[in-house]
Structures are given as structure tokens and as C-alpha cells.
Design a protein around this ligand. Structure first.
Ligand SMILES: [Cu+2]
Length: 156
């Protein structure tokens, strides 16, 4: 029995490794950007990031704004503050949430208003452990504050 257990563990470990190398690339799920109010020139973006291997998010680009950064929101002395995060660690196999009140993308100096239902192209710049870089392209859906964060509810 002991042998069988060890054997099956070894097999599942091997298959995990295989899956890990196949899924080494970073994936982004449920990406969305908050719709802007009139006159608003910044918008926050959110998503869930997963990586099969340790990686770091080191930058973001989008054609809808001239500047884009990763930010972290936190309470400091009872006040919500944001600070830029130059390097956001993506541990292997563990999801990192960019969500309201926490990490988010900040799209600054928007070149146009963002309306609900539009798609915003995003490019994430990922650094791997060996310092090589990978660019992930995705589209984030623009959602209004009222419809977020429950993506599957529609109000008419
Ligand atoms: Cu911000």
C-alpha cells in the first residue's frame, strides 16, 4: 500500500509539473474597467491574475490613456490612499486579485470617456524569474459602478 501511495503521489506530482510548464504563462480573468463620469480623466481597472510560475507584473499599457500604473489602495489613518506599485509579485499557482479597495490598474490621462459595454485593450508586461519579459494582451469590459462587481447582473 505504501508503494502505491508513493507511486500515485509521484504521478500526480509529475502531472502537476507538466501542467505547470504548460500553464507557465500568466492569465488574466474577469478583467474590467470602471466607466467614467463626465469630465473624469482617470479610470481604475480590475482583474484576477494567475501565473503557473513565479512572475512579476511590472507594467501596463493601454491605447485609451497616456499613462497607466499599478496602484495599491490602503487605509492610512482613516483615509484611503493610493500608491503606485512598480512590481506586483505573482506567486506560482495563486490568484492575485486586483479589486476595488486593493490593487488596481490606474489608467490616467484618458484620451476618451469610457462607456459601459465598451472594450478596453490592455497590455500587461510580465517579468519572469529569469528576467525575460512577456506581454499579455487582453480586453477589459467597461462596467458602470452600479453593475460592478457582480458581472452577471443586468439592469434595464
Ligand atoms: Cu489608483
Amino acid at each position: 500500500m505504501k508503494f502505491d501511495l508513493a507511486h500515485s503521489l509521484a504521478v500526480s506530482f509529475l502531472s502537476l509539473c507538466a501542467a505547470g510548464s504548460a500553464l507557465g504563462a500568466v492569465t488574466a480573468e474577469d478583467a474590467w474597467v470602471r466607466a467614467t463620469a463626465p469630465g473624469q480623466s482617470v479610470a481604475a481597472g480590475y482583474m484576477r491574475l494567475r501565473s503557473g510560475e513565479p512572475a512579476t507584473l511590472i507594467g501596463v499599457r493601454t491605447p485609451v490613456s497616456t499613462d497607466a500604473e499599478v496602484h495599491e489602495m490602503s487605509m492610512q489613518g482613516g483615509v484611503m490612499r493610493m500608491r503606485p506599485v512598480n512590481r506586483l509579485a505573482l506567486p506560482a499557482g495563486r490568484a492575485v486579485e486586483l479589486k476595488p479597495g486593493g490593487y488596481h490598474l490606474m489608467l490616467m490621462n484618458l484620451t476618451k470617456p469610457l462607456k459601459e459595454g465598451e472594450k478596453v485593450p490592455l497590455t500587461l508586461v510580465i517579468e519572469r524569474q529569469d528576467k525575460s519579459r512577456e506581454e499579455i494582451k487582453l480586453e477589459a469590459e467597461v462596467r458602470s459602478a452600479a453593475s460592478a462587481p457582480s458581472a452577471h447582473e443586468h439592469h434595464h
